[in-house]
Design a protein around this ligand. Sequence first.
Ligand code: SF4
Length: 385
Amino acid sequence: MPLIHTPQNINFTCSNCGNCCLTYGIPLMETEINNLNDLASQLKVSELDINRIKANSMNEYNFVLGLSTDKPCPFLTKEKLCSIHLNYGEKLKPKICQLFPFSFTYTPNGYYLYPSFASTAVIFNMGQALTQQDFTDKLNLFLEIYPNLNLDWNNIYLLDGEKIDFKKYLKHEEHILNVLDSNNFSFKDKLFGCLDYFCSLNVNQLKIKDLDNIDPKQIDGHIVSSFYNFIFKQTTDIDLNSTSFMMELLNVSKSDNLNISLDNNLYTKFRQLSKDDREVLENILSRFFYARIFAKLYFGPGFNNLSLIAGFNHLILIVLLTAIESTLFLHNNPEIALHYDTMAKVIRHVERRFTLLKYSPKTLTILEVLLTCQDRMTRLVDTIL
Ligand code: SF4
């Protein structure tokens, strides 16, 4: 059996909240459709809305149950329980439901578990520590669903053009995870610690300074606005091509999008959140950040083949945007009592967008330039958190 690595400090036991069945289309293999139709007629569920989707070379998921993302799964009962699970046990549910909220990243060093932050129990760290659970069955199920998901770790880069091997990568990751694991620092200080680590590597390109004659904060603001609009305002397009990205960056696209500079006090609202809200949000964001790094889902074959440093900084950017969006929502809706539900909603959205994000080759080149400036990342972390 291959080695399975599980992340520290993350817990999960299904809380039966039903949230994971409330809003998502359920990917299905062709072989599962007959079984599901049979179950639907036995359980007196109305006709299933099953649609063919684009084939994916990595797996057999060519169909989806319920394309609409705002309708609950028809098998979900009023009590928010799965009627298939309730009546026939877990094994008859669609395979993807049996696997949820877990996935694995294949590496030469074994499989790394990733708990999806689309799960409310994962978001709020509910239940048993993952390190105390056995994931052998889940890995077998994952391999059954994704038999061809052997990622190629032979072409990974510290920075564009600076190749490293996987062993060397693990050394860098060890430093980063050690910083993130330490209990005595705030999330902000941990991010500074990681950025300092990459700076200490003395890679020339990291010293690229801001462009002459342009206020660096202006570019920072454009980058944050562009990504914010892409992650939170566009709901369908997951392919970011270089033209639309440059249009956003140059600020010539839709006028109703967020358009902010780093001097705008919009950012500083995060610090004005109540102590409790801030602590909860920081806790969620730091575990999300840790889990993605642990599972290597932020660079190389784990994410769009970005270099390690560009991928790391891109992940920081996504976390900062999540903080902005949660904060904005709470500020604009002070009457909403269920702050934690709001945070969960934002992080579920981010998780989904992040998982599906696809950058065109030209956009990746632009990101390699924009996101490897450590001065910029330090400035953004300092301003936003
Ligand atoms: S089949 Fe069951 S577990 Fe899967 S989404 Fe529907 S209700 Fe949830």
